[in-house]
Design a protein around this ligand. Structure first.
Ligand SMILES: Cc1cc2nc3c(=O)[nH]c(=O)nc-3n(C[C@H](O)[C@H](O)[C@H](O)COP(=O)(O)OP(=O)(O)OC[C@H]3O[C@@H](n4cnc5c(N)ncnc54)[C@H](O)[C@@H]3O)c2cc1C
Length: 420
């Protein structure tokens, strides 16, 4: 299942579906919504119902059914059909989105798939009990180019140079992540399993050497290719190396999956380790998942850094650079109310910027408590009203996961924030 998230060691399928998770392979494989074919869901009548793709004739029959399921089919169809053009136009123009309700993939004018509305709904419409998921065949060979970048100013051009090579993953982490990773070295060794202690320890020597001779890179980019033969992987890596010669960057080729493993460990485990590592401060993931189209990065990034610097935040940046999807995680002492008060102010500034560039406030982590309050800003009042209707149709008594999606507000979120 190619949409596994970086949290794959600590998450479950229900959460992946309910968040519409994506991950390091989403650049070519998309998001969880693209793989969900059928769902069983317990609805607000306490009964389990099955949902999958049906044609118009089958839909007409479903609408006539007695009970909650029939009502839901009728009301959701009426709502989406009546607002067909509005819904179509409101789909965010980015490669991933998990904000709001997934109203875009249910009714295409020919087929109707109610299963899709539960993907990304964060359990606010019903409880998923079973899923039928489409799988893909894994390619047999892979190789990675690691790019060490000191000058963030060339990032956007670099991204534009890499994307035409169609990497299967294009990920990144910043100097703060690398620093904290080297500090948490023992944690990484543990993440790889005790038998790898010695080899992994030695395998990091080139990175220590690079930092000593080249300095700490501002950003480390991981470009991975997956192909059916090692020759094809090698050819792509060589062509990319040629292409990147005109950029002032250091590159390193990790030609096999074994060699690239340590970089994946840093990328996948960094957020998890951060959560436990820095004394007196907590990871504050409230601007942790926005996305803008990669071609907008040259204009977007300087403005983003300006906002972050104005607020004097200590933060790590990692994420899916190829999609323009950034995970920015500030470390803040959340026990201090003054710090907590900054959260809505910074969110507002960042999301204003993201929306000016027609991005989404969340690509794959979903709205949760902390972002739901920005749904109206992101989609406007008409689409927001459709979201409200959807919630009412499925859950008229508001029993499923209260305080999320259309019921979210910032006061509630701040009052429920972890402080220690
Ligand atoms: C270290 C770390 C790294 C992460 N990396 C990524 C990443 O790369 N990509 C990504 O997409 N996300 C990432 N996440 C976010 C999150 O872990 C994933 O989206 C994951 O798929 C959520 O699954 P979970 O089992 O942890 O769900 P939970 O956090 O338990 O739940 C998520 C939501 O789904 C709802 N839910 C759970 N099960 C069901 C069910 N059966 N029926 C209905 N609703 C349900 C919950 O109510 C909740 O609203 C990361 C998180 C962490 C902490």
């Amino acid at each position: 299942m190619p949409t596994y998230p970086a949290s794959r060691e600590i998450c479950a399928l229900g959460g992946m579906i309910a968040n519409n998770a994506g991950g390091e392979k989403s650049l070519i494989y998309g998001q969880t919504k693209d793989y969900v074919e059928e769902l069983k869901v317990v609805l607000s009548d306490g009964e389990e119902h099955s949902f999958s793709k049906i044609n118009k004739q089958e839909l007409d029959k479903k609408k006539e059914q007695p009970g909650l399921e029939g009502q839901i089919y009728k009301k959701v169809y009426d709502l989406l059909d009546k607002n067909f053009s509005l819904v179509k136009a409101s789909r965010p123009n980015v490669s991933k989105n998990s904000s709001g309700y997934n109203i875009w993939d249910v009714w295409d004018g020919e087929n109707f798939n109610m299963a899709k509305i539960f993907v990304g709904a964060q359990g606010t419409l019903g409880l998923i009990t079973e899923a039928k998921i489409r799988l893909v065949k894994k390619k047999s060979h892979s190789g990675m180019m690691v790019v060490f970048l000191k000058d963030i100013g060339i990032l956007a051009d670099l991204v534009s140079a890499v994307l035409p090579f169609r990497p299967s993953s294009f990920e990144s982490f910043d100097d703060n992540t690398l620093r904290l990773s080297l500090k948490s070295f023992r944690g990484f060794l543990k993440a790889l399993g005790a038998k790898n202690l010695f080899t992994l320890g030695w395998s990091f020597l080139p990175e220590f050497w690079l930092i000593l001779t080249y300095g700490m890179p501002k950003l480390v980019l991981l470009v991975e290719f997956e192909e059916d033969s090692q020759d094809e992987v090698g050819r792509k890596l060589n062509e990319l190396r040629e292409k990147l010669k005109s950029f002032k960057v250091k590159t390193k080729i990790a030609a096999t999956a074994q060699e690239s493993r340590k970089y994946w460990v840093i990328r996948r485990e960094s957020f998890n380790l951060l959560r436990h590592k820095v004394r007196g401060k907590q990871t504050a993931p409230f601007i942790d998942d926005f996305i803008v189209r990669p071609e907008k990065l040259p204009e977007f990034l300087p403005q983003l850094y300006k906002i972050l610097d104005n607020h004097k935040l200590f933060y790590t940046i990692f994420g899916h650079i190829g999609d323009g999807n950034f995970h920015i995680v500030p470390l803040m002492a959340l026990a201090d109310e003054e710090n907590r008060k900054k959260i809505p102010i910074i969110s507002e500034e960042i999301y204003d910027l993201v929306l000016r560039y027609k991005g989404s406030i969340t690509a794959e982590h979903n709205d949760g408590l902390i972002r739901g309050a920005y749904l109206r800003k992101m989609y406007g009042p008409e689409v927001y009203k459709i979201f409200e209707e959807i919630k009412k149709i499925f859950d008229p008594l508001g029993i499923f996961n209260p305080g999320k999606k259309v019921e979210a507000n910032m006061e509630y979120a701040l009052a429920h924030m972890k402080r220690e």
